[in-house]
Every structure is written in C-alpha cells, then in structure tokens.
Design a protein around this ligand. Structure first.
Ligand code: NAP
Length: 552
C-alpha cells in the first residue's frame, strides 16, 4: 500500500536547492536568472537567513567585518546596502538577506517550512526524487545542498535533562520571541564562539549566570562600534579592491596575512605588534605573522600573549587561572572574538564552574550536578554546545545515490568528497561548502560565492554539451581526501584534538579533519584549473545520442 507521502503529485524542476541562507539564495539566483532553469528551493525555516535565521541567541553577531560579510557579485547591491556596525548583528544580517531575497524576487521559488526528509537518485530517469517531511515530492536533474556547515544543533546527551524543572535552550535553535532571563538563575554550558558572545548579554539581565567551562578558550576583543560615514564611503568606493583582497587571501577576509615570521622580530617588537592587534580587535589578530598556524614556537608567542591578557582583565585570580588554563595552541580551534567576555567574570552575578576539575554528573530537577557533589541550582540552562558540523546537516537527510548506496554508508569512515563539491556515486549532487572545501576556515560569503559560481558554470557546461551527469572519479576523491589531510597536517590545526573541525565534539563521529586548510586562494585556483581542464577528476556521462544528433 502506498504511504501517505506518495499521494501528493511530484513536481518536476531542473534543480532542487536545499536551504535559503546565503548559499541557497545565490544558487537560486544563478540557476534561475543566469541559466534560465526551473528551480525549487526547499527551506526548513519560515523565512530566509539560514544560520542567522536559527541563531538568534543573545549577542549573536558575525565575527567577520561587515564590509566583507556580504555578496560581492552585484555592484549595485553593494552600493545600495549600508552596514551600520563594524560587525553585523544577527538582526541586521537578517534584514540584509531579506533585502536580497526581495531585490532579486527570490521568494517565489522558495518553499518555507519544508524540511527535506529524503533524496534518492534514480539512474534510469537520471532524476533526484526529493521528499519533504510534510509529504511534498519533487523530481530534479540537479540536487544542490546549501544547508550550511553549522546548522545541526549538538545538544549533549547529559543524563537527566528530561527531569529538569526549568527551561532549556540550544543557542542554534533559539526561540523567535526571545528568552526572558530577568532575575533568573541561568546556567550556560559551553565556551566556544557562541557562549563567549552570549555570556555578557545574558549576564546583563540574569539574576545569576553560571558559566560551565569544559575547555578554556582564547578570545580577542571584537571592538565593535558603529561605522563612521568615512568608512562607509571608503567601503563603497573600494569594492573592487576589497573583493580582490578577499579572493587572494588565505581565509577570504578583507585583509592579508603579514608575510613575516614571529621569529623575525624582537620580543619587544612582537609584544608591541600583539598589543596593537589586541587594541584593534577582531580576527585579524592571527594575521600578524604567517607562521602562527604552522610553527608551534611562533604560535606559543601569540598564545602566551593572549593568556596573559585574561589575567589583566579578570580580577579574581582563581577565576583568571581557570579561564586561562588553555590546552591547545591559539587558533587551532576557531578563535572567538568577544564584547566584554572576560570582563563579565568581574560581575557579582557571574560565576565560573571548571568542568575539567569536576565534570557534569547529570542534570537534576533543580539544576546541574557536578561530580564533586555540588548541585548548581538553575531556572534556565543554555546549551552553547555547538553543532554536528559539516556532515551533520547532510547526513540528517536520507540521501541515497547510485545503486542504493546511502550517504551515511559512503561516509561511515568520514566524509569523502572531491573538492568538497561532489561525492562519488551521487551524480549531479553538489554540496555547497561541503566537507573538503575551505568553508568554515574562511569568511563564509566568499567561499559560498565561489562554490555557487563554480556549480553554476559546471551545470551550464553540462547543458551546453548535453552531458547528463557529473560525478567524481573515486581515485580523484581518494587523492583529494589525502590532500585535505596533508593540508591539515601541514598546520597546527589537528593539535586541538577536541575541536569540531575533527568531529571530536560529537560522540561516535569519525575523527577526520573536515575543512580544507590549504587556503582559499589556492583552492580557488585548483577549482578553476579542474574546470578549465574539462572537469578533470570528474566522470561526465556520455551525451545522449539524440542530443548529439540534434547538435550536428
Ligand atoms: P563550539 O565551538 O563547538 O563550542 C561548544 C562549546 O560547548 C565548547 O566549549 C565545548 O567544550 C562545550 N561543550 C560541548 N558539549 C559539552 C558537554 N557535553 N559538556 C560540557 N561542555 C560541552 O560551538 P559554538 O560556540 O556554537 O561555535 C561553533 C562555530 O560556529 C564556531 O567555531 C564558529 O565557526 C561559528 N560561530 C560563529 C560566530 C560568528 O561569526 N559570530 C558565532 C558563533 C559561532 P569542548 O571545547 O570541551 O568540547
């Protein structure tokens, strides 16, 4: 007997795009308006925005500077839009993405509240059959995932959560009407970029905030501020220059890594350089020297400087000691930037619990019990515990490729892609910012634009040449996976053994370094060369006979 989902008629389009964040919006625009394809975007939320739709936690703000956190494909869009602050806040980014959706009339091809449940490739018809959880069905030649790298919330499986009498929230699934902390005893678990942004804002209204820290973290002040009219005018007059810098840089930011070693300068000079970067604030701290991420001794200089700053800010020596007891080299985990994080621990209503000394035993009706027998009474628990990154959102959908092989099976030892763009055995499936691409190691809109444009050009090539399918050759995948590994091992990045880059934050997840650490500029060149060499490393399906005859 057919199940209920089989009842709804299947809608056929050229391409299904999953997700309506930066990636999905631009992919829709490219395929529909540049190639003239019929496109259906399926989006789980009830609005556009992706990451920024879900991450509405207090203090949510982008760590990339606003003049670089934008689409650069359209000069008129760049000229018409003005950011107000050095780093765009969540609400402003949402306004921007809604502006983009309206400006390019994108909404008419997006179905909201449509979470994809499964996608199955049918070889005979060369079609992807996609189902949403509400039973809608789509058939498409091309399936493009634009699901983000950090969209699958990781709520830790701590025993007793279901018995908690208070309320709990994950920062990545934040209620749209906010959370009222006033007078409440709040416990926040997690001190990554999210927790470090959220703590100062929660502390402003909470009766008491208890921060549960497992791994101490570096953080650099953001020094956020309203943008001056002078800066705004400069950014508008300099779009070509900014774009060129972002494309040429290792991380896709609008600044270059200084071409000097930390060993090239005296101790006093180095200290002055770090102090100036600390005062300036932001992610460019790590761009001071070219070897911070490749040479442990160079890294030690930055790590020591940053640890020392904690002691200068935090008044209680015991708290400062726990906050600066950092076990990994600087920037081997994504470095947070903050607005008053360490200062927050000088407030009377904030305390720190060191989970390394006493891990969480369980959640009780009243709060969190740690292994030293102390029960921390709480009304609200905030899990700032991160994401099942990169592979999580893809594996959450039931994706089946050629010969009934599922993506879960194909990736049981970790993600295997070619260029982070395609998976062997999954023809015409493209993964925007997929594992094996620079993605999370870069300023996201820059790598998204590059992927979307590459995919668009690729699909244009297929159609112009009546090529029905593209998928990577398995040996190209193997070579790329090895190269991704080598690129990571050429840096200090794998030294943070508990980072989400390695999948180490999710129990049972294979430990594989997922993003490509070879640098954005090099990666762009590689992708362009592959395309220029006739999609070297990819297997292109034989053109349909009829199509060939028609073109003769
Ligand atoms: P995260 O970096 O994975 O941090 C999660 C935190 O939760 C870590 O401190 C982790 O400790 C802790 N944790 C996880 N499970 C735990 C458990 N069972 N018990 C105790 N502690 C636990 O996640 P995130 O802070 O959400 O950031 C993820 C990424 O999102 C960032 O690295 C960044 O790329 C991006 N992000 C960007 C922005 C921005 O641009 N504004 C803001 C926020 C996030 P361990 O370290 O010990 O595992």
């Amino acid at each position: 007997m057919p199940d209920a989902m089989d009842q709804s008629p299947e809608v056929t389009v050229d391409a299904v795009v999953i997700g309506a964040g930066f990636a999905g919006l631009y992919q829709l625009l490219c395929l529909r308006d540049r190639l003239g394809l019929s496109v259906q975007v399926l989006e789980a939320g009830d609005g556009v925005g992706g990451t920024w739709y879900w991450n509405r936690y207090p203090g949510a703000r982008c760590d990339s500077e606003s003049h670089s956190y934008a689409f650069y494909f359209d000069e008129a869009l760049l000229q018409d839009w003005s950011w107000t602050e050095r780093y765009p806040g969540q609400a402003e980014i949402m306004r921007y993405l809604n502006h983009v959706a309206d400006r390019f009339d994108l909404r008419r091809d997006i179905r909201f509240n449509a979470r994809v449940a499964s996608a199955e490739y049918d070889e005979a018809s060369n079609r992807w059959h996609v189902r949403t959880e509400d039973g809608a069905r789509y058939a498409a030649t091309y399936l493009i995932t634009a699901v983000g790298c950090l969209s699958s919330a990781n709520v830790p499986d701590i025993p007793g959560r279901e018995n908690f009498d208070g309320r709990w929230f994950h920062t990545g699934q934040w209620p749209h009407d906010g959370v009222d902390f006033s007078g409440k005893r709040v416990g926040m678990v997690g001190t990554g970029s999210t927790g470090i942004q959220a703590a100062p804002v929660i502390a402003e209204t909470a009766g008491h905030l208890t921060v549960f820290q497992r791994t101490a973290n570096y953080s650099i002040p953001a020094r956020n501020a309203p943008l001056t009219e002078e800066f705004k005018a400069w950014a508008k007059a300099s779009t070509a220059e900014i774009r060129a810098t972002m494309h040429a840089s290792v991380n896709g930011h609008a600044f270059m890594i200084q071409n000097r070693s930390a060993h090239d300068v005296t101790d006093a000079e180095r200290e002055a350089i770090y102090q100036a970067a600390w005062d300036l604030g932001g992610l460019r701290f790590r761009a001071n020297f070219r070897d911070i991420l490749t040479d442990k001794a160079a890294n030690d200089t930055a790590s020591a400087f940053l640890k020392a700053q904690i002691g200068k800010v935090v008044k209680d020596p015991q708290t400062a000691a726990v906050l600066s007891n950092i076990d990994h080299p600087f920037a081997t985990k994504r470095p947070p930037i903050d607005s008053g994080y360490f200062e927050t621990f000088n407030r009377d209503n904030v305390s720190l619990v060191d989970l390394r000394a006493a891990p969480i035993e369980r959640i009780t009706e009243n709060g969190i019990l740690t292994k030293d027998g102390v029960e921390h009474p709480l009304d609200i628990i905030v899990f700032a515990t991160g994401f099942d990154a990169m592979t999580g959102p893809l594996l959450a959908m039931d994706i089946t490729g050629r010969d009934g092989v599922t993506l879960k099976d194909a990736w049981k030892e970790g993600p295997k892609t070619y260029l982070g763009l395609q998976v062997a055995g999954f023809p015409n499936l493209f993964t925007v910012t997929g594992p094996g691409s620079p993605s999370v190691l870069t300023n996201m809109p820059v790598c998204i634009e590059q992927h979307v444009e590459w995919i668009t050009d690729c699909i244009a090539h297929l159609r112009a040449n009546h090529i029905p399918t593209i998928e990577p050759a398995t040996d190209a995948v193997d070579r790329w996976v090895a190269h991704v590994n080598d690129a990571a091992n050429a840096t200090l990045l794998p030294q943070a053994g508990h980072s989400w880059y390695l999948g180490a934050n999710v129990p049972g997840k294979p430990r594989v370094f997922m993003p490509y650490a070879g640098g954005m500029a090099r990666y762009r060149r590689t992708c362009a060369d592959v395309a220029a060499r006739g999609y070297d490393g990819f297997v292109l399906g034989a053109p349909a006979r009829g199509a060939l005859e028609m073109t003769r």
